[in-house]
Ligand binder design. Structure first.
Ligand code: ZN
Length: 245
């Protein structure tokens, strides 16, 4: 089973009415619920208001893939937690920042850039799959190479990120803007997938194709090496017999 934590800054009890209309259980529980239908994923919701910000040492150590949604409370995330998340990614944990988590502390720490972008509310998006052979795009391709999202916030270039190792989705908006909406990076032994759709007052996470992308992303980001050491050992020359077939 892939152990997933879906972290958001506020749970349903603290959400605005405009968000609760779309996500009565909150965003984290909504995402955890559809991940938990897969059979190979065990997802739990966590929030900043939980003890230890929902991610004490044991919870983080037991997380294979961390999904992160934040918007207005990025600064409240303790720097010590950001460091622990960074260390876990270096050791193999998957990290999937969603939508406005482009400005989250862990994402900025992992990218090393400002992660700024252009934005406008009240738009729609055409999400193009540009790498149909990628595991995260499983289900796209062929005649189905884009997805129309009827309501989504516009995020536009330039997105101040390092060049993605793999670019899976590009978003187009009616103002003519484009955006690198689905980007992969390999960081240390871990994997990072940033996914742009998911404004809190839009029903984006209820769309089956969006759910499919996030399920694919969790499976892609799950570590193959668990909690690997990152300190390089003193290297010895391998005996020649290692090269023999
Ligand atoms: Zn938004």
């Amino acid at each position: 089973m892939i152990q997933v934590t879906v972290w958001v800054e506020s749970d349903a009890a603290h959400l605005d009415e405009s968000v609760l209309r779309v996500y009565p259980k909150g965003i984290a529980q909504t995402i955890a619920d559809f991940l938990n239908t897969c059979g190979d994923i065990s997802a739990r919701a966590a929030t900043l208001d939980d003890p230890h910000c929902g991610l004490d040492d044991e919870a983080l150590r037991n997380t294979d893939v961390l999904l992160w949604w934040g918007h207005g409370r990025h600064d409240e995330v303790p720097d010590a937690l950001v460091q622990r998340i960074y260390d876990r990614v270096m050791r193999g944990m998957g990290f999937i920042p969603l939508h406005s988590a482009h400005f989250s502390k862990p994402f900025i720490r992992l990218m090393g850039t400002t992660c700024s972008l252009q934005w406008r509310e009240d738009d729609r998006e055409r999400l193009w799959c540009v790498l149909p052979s990628h595991p995260i795009a499983e289900g796209f391709g062929g005649d189905f190479d884009y997805l129309d999202i009827p309501q989504e916030e516009m995020y536009g270039e330039r997105f101040d990120i390092p060049q993605p190792d793999e670019l899976v989705f590009i978003g187009w908006f009616r103002g003519g803007e484009v955006f690198r909406s689905g980007c992969c990076w390999y960081k240390g032994r871990g994997k990072v997938f940033y996914f742009q759709p998911g404004h809190e007052t839009n029903p984006t996470y209820h769309i089956p194709e969006i759910q499919r992308i996030l399920i694919n992303a969790v499976r892609w980001a799950a570590p193959h090496v668990q909690d690997a050491p990152i300190d390089a050992p003193h290297a010895k020359i391998a005996p020649e017999k290692s090269f023999e077939k």
